[in-house]
Write a protein that binds this ligand. Structure first.
Ligand code: IPM
Ligand code: MN
Length: 357
């Protein structure tokens, strides 16, 4: 198969982790006989420095012409404590999501048996966790208008807006995945307070009726935040609006031990984007110490979701699991053993894929 991917490393550790994921992708293509071509482009703070735009038109064009996008991370500390900055790296990410129509962000959370002790939660609570968060990604309070300040600057406002159509398409997607998994959908909202949440619930109830083979439950977001750490194994597919999803998926990500392990897929109207859920970790940039696993597992999602190549995705997952079992891990998860470099972990996983029979 011919695979054309856009590679957007971004800022901080982005270039290092994406470099490893790309090497793994190349090894998979070689082993399974795919013809891979890839091209790099700028996004985030580095794109502001070069072009004054965190998501330049050239980058967008490349994404549109590619079959999938492999994305690193964006963000730079020079913007974090500077609320008056006119252009911010995050606008690049939001602009990309909007322009590519990436309305669904899928974050699977599974445990690695040999890493369970790294979880901040007790082993018996975490064991067997296997859930999938589906976060709406191109609407809600992130994009709603009006947004701004009063003339005197003393009042600020954001607006949460959802249309029926936006809710419908994401909830339907949740049912589609639940059907392939454990047949349970948890709809998370704040329908006791928010108007948009009442629309979510109304639409979800209609779609639930069309899917009688799937169990549906509705819970408020505050309760969901609690249950995620108390009973993570009770969840299968969770679906929620943009900002609730942002917060809950960070929470869910540490259940398994390290934020450095979890991949994501953003899918929608145009080209899908695959990226780790962690940020650009600027303190580690250039030191070759970041955990490349989340990005490597994002490449696995890319094979599965963008190309329908499940064997290839499974090969990456097996190689990652083997690296953890063999103790070839970066410092965030090394359990007092030797900490390997980002590039050493990537190389080990690449070699495993090349040699596996
Ligand atoms: C994420 C990030 C982004 C978000 C930021 C960087 C804009 O936290 O992908 O979860 O809030 O969506
Ligand atoms: Mn986030």
């Amino acid at each position: 198969m011919k695979l054309k991917i856009a590679v957007l490393p971004g800022d901080g550790i982005g270039p290092e982790i994406v470099g490893q994921a790309l090497q793994v992708t190349e090894a998979v293509c070689k082993r399974f006989g795919h013809d891979l071509s890839h091209q790099h482009a700028w996004v985030g703070a580095c794109a502001i420095d070069r072009f004054g735009n965190p998501y330049p038109e050239e980058t967008h064009q490349l994404c549109m012409e590619s079959d999938a996008v492999l994305f690193g991370a964006i963000g730079d500390p020079k913007y974090d404590n500077n609320p008056s900055a006119k252009v911010r790296p995050e606008q690049g990410l939001l602009g990309m999501r909007k322009q590519l129509g990436l309305y669904a962000n899928i974050r699977p959370v599974t445990t690695f048996p040999s890493l369970i002790h790294k979880s901040p939660l007790r082993q018996e609570v975490v064991e067997g966790t296997d859930l999938m968060c589906i976060r709406e990604l191109t609407s809600g309070i992130y994009f709603g208008r009006p947004q701004g300040r009063s003339e005197d600057g003393n009042i600020a406002y954001d607006t949460c807006v959802y249309s029926r159509e936006e809710v419908e398409r994401i909830v339907r997607l949740a049912y589609k995945y639940a059907r392939q998994r454990h047949k349970k959908v948890t709809v998370i909202d704040k329908a006791n307070v928010l108007c948009t949440s009442r629309l979510w619930r109304e639409v979800a109830q209609e779609i639930a009726k069309e899917n009688p083979d799937i169990t549906t439950e509705y819970i408020f977001v505050d309760n969901a935040a609690m249950q995620l750490v108390q009973f993570p194994t009770r969840f299968d597919v969770l679906v929620t609006e943009n900002m609730f999803g942002d917060i809950l998926t960070d929470e869910a990500s540490v259940i398994t031990g390290s934020l450095g392990m979890l991949p994501s897929a953003s899918i929608g109207i145009h080209t899908s984007v695959f990226e780790p859920i962690h940020g650009s970790y600027p303190q580690a940039a250039g030191k070759d110490i970041a955990n490349p696993v989340a990005t490597i597992l994002s490449a696995a999602l890319m094979f599965e979701y963008a190309f329908g190549l499940t064997e290839e995705g499974a090969a990456i997952r097996r190689a990652v699991a083997a690296s953890i079992d063999a103790g070839i891990t970066t410092e965030d998860i090394c359990r007092g053993n030797k900490a390997y470099k980002c590039s050493e972990v990537g190389q080990w996983i690449t070699d495993y894929i090349a040699k596996e029979k």
